[in-house]
Design a protein around this ligand. Structure first.
Ligand code: ZN
Length: 167
């Protein structure tokens, strides 16, 4: 028996198996919960992994991840809510050559070489990191965040100004 977070991708996809669960960010690798953009690492995400076979008879894994994260706005450095809703289909290939060939003819394709076992947690970590916005920002920092700043905390613009003059 494989441990709970390990699957055999080929037979998982061929058997159209389904795995559903919840995972706390703090149970994932440090590269996720210590990410600079995360304002709060206490979030919990729900995920579904579904195996299947597409119309070209290729096996795939379809992963959906959903949940609410708190990110750090890269403009005012205050927290901002972010609804993560990521769905991706990862097509399995027998070897690097067939993966490369398929990627060349389809730029949108997400694929991987089918190994004997795959750690679902690593897959989740990779997908979460890819789903984070390139540079999260409030639509309007002043109205979205400034009115919530505690008076005791330093003004974020003063901190920013300090960082700028110090560099
Ligand atoms: Zn902001």
């Amino acid at each position: 028996m494989l441990p709970a977070n390990l699957i055999e991708p080929g037979s998982f996809a061929a058997g159209k198996l389904r795995l559903q669960g919840k995972i706390a960010l703090k149970d994932l690798d440090e590269r996720v919960w210590s990410h600079d953009y995360l304002a709060d690492s206490a979030a919990e995400l729900s995920y579904t992994l579904q195996g299947g076979c597409d119309r070209w008879q290729r096996l795939f894994l379809e992963l959906s991840i959903e949940g609410r994260l708190s990110l750090v706005c890269q403009r005012c450095l205050q927290p901002m809510p972010f609804e993560l809703a990521e769905r991706s289909r990862i097509v399995l290939f027998a070897d690097e050559e067939s993966l490369d060939e398929a990627m060349l003819s389809d730029e949108e394709l997400e694929g991987m070489v089918s190994e004997k076992e795959l750690d679902v947690r690593t897959l989740l970590e990779d997908q979460i990191l890819m789903a984070l916005p390139f540079s999260p920002r409030h639509d309007d920092c002043e109205s979205d965040a400034l009115d919530k700043i505690n008076q005791d905390k330093p003004n974020p613009f003063a901190v920013l100004a300090g960082l700028k003059s110090g560099s």
